[in-house]
Design a protein around this ligand. Structure first.
Ligand code: 5MM
Length: 347
């Protein structure tokens, strides 16, 4: 039996505790710089550090956020006053998570498709991150819907990598967040998204089983079953919630403690509304797992747009971040209403 088994179960449960979800702040430098570029923010290590300090020092963040996923650069950084970010998180009751994949790269022989890399040397990196205080990890696979894609080759290669990553994490004491993202980009219908998500989740859980991953010691981070962004026929929020729960019930074992969605390019309000509907009757009683969030953009975006790199905007940006965390916390309990968005944003 894995020496970490009980610790892994406890961590997984804590990550999806009532009222709480996970904050994804693991943008790689490329992605973070791209988002900074759009806001006219300088693309430097110091600006990324300042931004991550803004997030992690948001007052009372730990009331709504159980854990935060960091990037390799961030887990080594400190506050301006020299306090390591890892210490700030421990003090704020936020579990330390770390992205361990090395990004989605072109899949050879399959134009338009990606496979996520990062298995080489992963055992050693996990040991280092555990030493640094991390207790969970994340690996994201990307599945694109388009003409003739995804192919079985893409789904299988990504599912295999996710399962090998998850097994290595459990061996080293980190709860794996398994993230197969079916992209929202494209003009596909919700039915097509259902078909692809169903096939992807089925293949991922087959591979997790094959690699001996313990389902009660992991968290699934899926995309929702939703119409493509450019689809002319957009499904209603209730349809998104229903189709997503149906697809998850067909594929995710009840022993998985929690499902923490990515937002994938939905607006902050959509992401909160969809999560709320899944946590409201009649869907709520159909779920054997806790259903919550692991959003990046749907929590960070308003704060980033307000901050724009300006020191005098930090406190206001933190209020916006706090508000999104609060809305999604409520949504994860079925207590969100669009009225919450009308409250003054406290700026
Ligand atoms: C899908 O992206 C994940 C969730 O974020 P959203 O809620 O915005 O969809 C997120 O954790 C993602 O993996 C990172 O932000 C970006 O990582 P890369 O490696 O693409 O920079």
């Amino acid at each position: 039996m894995n020496q970490y088994a009980q610790e892994l179960r406890n961590t997984a449960k804590a990550m999806v505790a009532p009222n709480q979800g996970v904050l994804a702040m693991d943008e790689s430098n490329g992605t973070c710089n791209k988002r900074f570029g759009k806001e006219g923010i300088e693309q430097t290590e110091e600006k990324r550090r300042q931004y991550r300090e803004l997030i992690l020092t948001t007052p009372d963040l730990g009331n709504y956020i159980s854990g935060a996923i960091l990037y390799d650069e961030t887990i080594r950084q400190k506050k301006e006053d020299g306090t390591p970010f890892t210490q700030v998180m421990k003090d704020g009751d936020i579990i330390i998570g770390i992205k361990v994949d090395k990004g989605a790269k072109d899949l050879a022989g399959h134009p338009g498709e990606k496979v996520t890399e990062g298995l080489d040397g992963l055992r050693d990196r996990i040991a280092e991150y555990y030493q640094m205080g991390a207790r969970f990890a994340k690996w994201r696979a990307v599945i694109t819907i388009g003409e003739g894609i995804p192919t079985p080759a893409c789904i299988e290669a990504n599912a295999h990598a996710l399962a090998r990553y998850a097994a290595l994490c459990q061996e080293g004491g980190l709860v794996p967040i398994v993230e197969p993202e079916v992209l929202i980009d494209g003009d596909h219908t919700i039915d097509r998204c259902y078909e692809v998500t169903d096939k992807t989740l089925r293949t991922v859980f087959d591979q997790l089983r094959t690699q001996g991953v313990e389902f009660d010691q992991m968290i699934l981070k899926p995309s929702m079953v939703i119409s493509g962004k450019q689809c002319t026929q957009q499904a209603t929020p209730q349809q998104v919630a229903e189709q997503t729960i149906k697809c998850l019930r067909d594929n995710v074992p009840a022993s998985v403690p929690g499902i923490a969605f990515l937002s994938g390019g939905q607006t902050p309000e959509q992401a909160a509304q969809h999560l709320h509907l899944m946590n409201s009757e009649p869907l709520k009683s159909l779920c054997p797992w806790r259903v919550t969030f692991s959003y990046a953009r749907a929590i960070q975006q308003p704060a980033l747009e307000h901050w724009k790199g300006q020191t005098n905007k930090v406190a206001e940006a933190q209020k916006l971040l706090h508000h999104r965390a609060q809305c999604n916390s409520a949504a994860s309990m079925g207590n969100y209403s669009p009225e919450m968005e009308k409250q003054p944003a406290m700026v």
